[in-house]
Design a protein around this ligand. Structure first.
Ligand SMILES: Nc1nc2c(ncn2[C@@H]2O[C@H](COP(=O)(O)OP(=O)(O)O)[C@@H](O)[C@H]2O)c(=O)[nH]1
Ligand SMILES: [Mg+2]
Length: 402
């Protein structure tokens, strides 16, 4: 099984090894290594535990992380008085390798801590989130210590912050939001330190307003603390709610292009009538569909983003101006290749930012160069559209109040 330390792209050392692989085993051995890396990216799983008392906001948070509302298919049911003794998995609708586990609070289960830890399978998660809608309890602190003993990453999330501010507003109390947030955080921090938790990482969020408060900071921190493929997997699954997330996705997907181009040009390459070179059109079709999904431009993702942004989906669709969101099949890709065939990038140029050996393997303009160019253009086009969508989705607009 792939370990979390595996990178989503090749390190310098791995590139050196690839060079040796090519010299000793030839092109097919070289391509096999690349296929393996792409398979790792597809197969690595991320398991996230979410625990806290009943009513804390676990289900709402798990939905928000997946860009879902409570009424959407696959959403966790909210506002129910928890009686379950078992954990419930919630997979991401488009990225089933990302799974959020809704753990009943230790208080709900009444299990002794030792049983709670083993029944909830604490060793299986990549990281933990403990949620509370108020101060963190003694139970929360006990669970946190167990997590820290296992040397797993843990985040404290104080949910429903929007309620705090609404009640202040309703009571006509003047306040400085930044100061108020700092005070709430400090109080939580002191409480947790007193309970024996060293250096707690705390976020104040509203799952109903994921653009506000610390929600984006939380996502950034979760990403920063994961490495390699696990980071890649979480990043691709996050709703494209900020320009920064879209840019991060672009950077990560860009690293896959030379790998996909190599596989398309080597492993499954067959001559295509009408093209002067052999490629695997199927790989390219799948790559385009994957890029589109990762950037949130497929119909379902756009609908989810519209729901989160509280804007009509048509409003977002109007910003999508690329044929890449239509039906993508082999014929479509072939036509794209025919159209761009006179503008293929020089492989030497590609080699400079990827791996030098690519230049010596594929020569000047070739199926590799063509597919590399195609996927680079596709990515640029999709990113441009995704940036327009996210900007419009969250821009204040009097005719579409949020
Ligand atoms: N205003 C507001 N309400 C929330 C938020 N998170 C959860 N809730 C509400 O709090 C209640 C309990 O949430 P739920 O997710 O079911 O908590 P769970 O029992 O921990 O799964 C529900 O009525 C939610 O709608 C939030 O961030 N803001
Ligand atoms: Mg729940």
């Amino acid at each position: 099984m792939a370990s979390s330390s595996k990178s989503a792209s090749f390190s310098q050392q791995e590139i050196n090894e690839l060079q040796t692989t090519y010299e000793q085993g030839g092109l097919s051995k070289f391509a096999t290594q690349i296929v393996k890396k792409l398979n790792d990216i597809e197969n690595v799983k991320l398991n996230i535990a979410v625990t806290g008392d009943s009513g804390a906001g676990k289900s709402t948070f798990i939905n928000a992380m997946r860009g879902l509302r409570a009424c959407d298919e696959g959403a966790a049911e909210i506002g129910i008085n928890e009686t379950t003794m078992v954990r419930t998995p919630y997979k991401h609708p488009d990225f089933p390798n990302v799974c959020f586990w809704d753990l009943p609070g230790v208080g709900t289960t009444k299990f002794p801590m030792k049983d709670y830890v083993s029944k909830m399978e604490f060793t299986k998660y990549d990281f933990f989130i403990i949620i509370s809608q108020n101060r963190f309890t003694e139970n929360d602190a006990k669970v946190a210590k167990e997590i820290q003993n296992l040397e797993k990453k843990l985040y404290f999330v104080r949910s429903q912050i929007d309620n705090d501010f609404n009640s202040l507003k309703l009571q006509g109390v003047g306040f400085d939001e930044i100061k108020e947030l700092a005070q709430i955080k400090e109080k939580i921090n002191c409480g947790l330190m007193e309970a024996g938790i060293s250096e707690p990482i705390i976020f104040l969020i509203s799952s109903l307003f994921p653009k506000e408060f610390d929600f984006n900071k939380l996502k950034e921190t979760l990403l920063d603390n994961l490495d390699g493929i696990k980071r890649d997997v979480l990043l691709m699954s996050l709703p494209s709610t900020t320009v920064k997330i879209v840019e991060q996705k672009r950077a990560q997907l860009k690293k896959r292009i030379w790998m996909l181009a190599t596989v398309s040009a080597v492993v499954g390459a067959v001559p295509v009538p009408g093209l002067s070179f052999a490629v695997d059109l199927g790989i390219l079709v799948n790559a385009i569909i994957d890029f589109r999904k990762s950037l949130g431009l497929d119909g379902a993702s756009l609908q989810r983003l519209a729901n989160v942004a509280k804007k009509p989906v048509e409003f977002l669709k109007a910003e999508v101006r690329t044929p890449l969101v239509g039906e993508i099949d082999k014929e479509f890709v072939k036509q794209m290749l025919v159209r761009s065939s006179f503008a293929a990038v020089s492989v030497v140029e590609v080699a400079l930012d990827t791996i030098p050996i690519i230049g010596s393997i594929f020569g000047a303009v070739s199926s590799f160069g063509m597919t590399y160019k195609l996927l680079t253009d596709v990515l640029d086009d999709l990113v441009e559209n995704a940036q327009r969508v996210v900007t419009v989705a969250f821009a204040p607009d009097p005719s579409h109040p949020q």
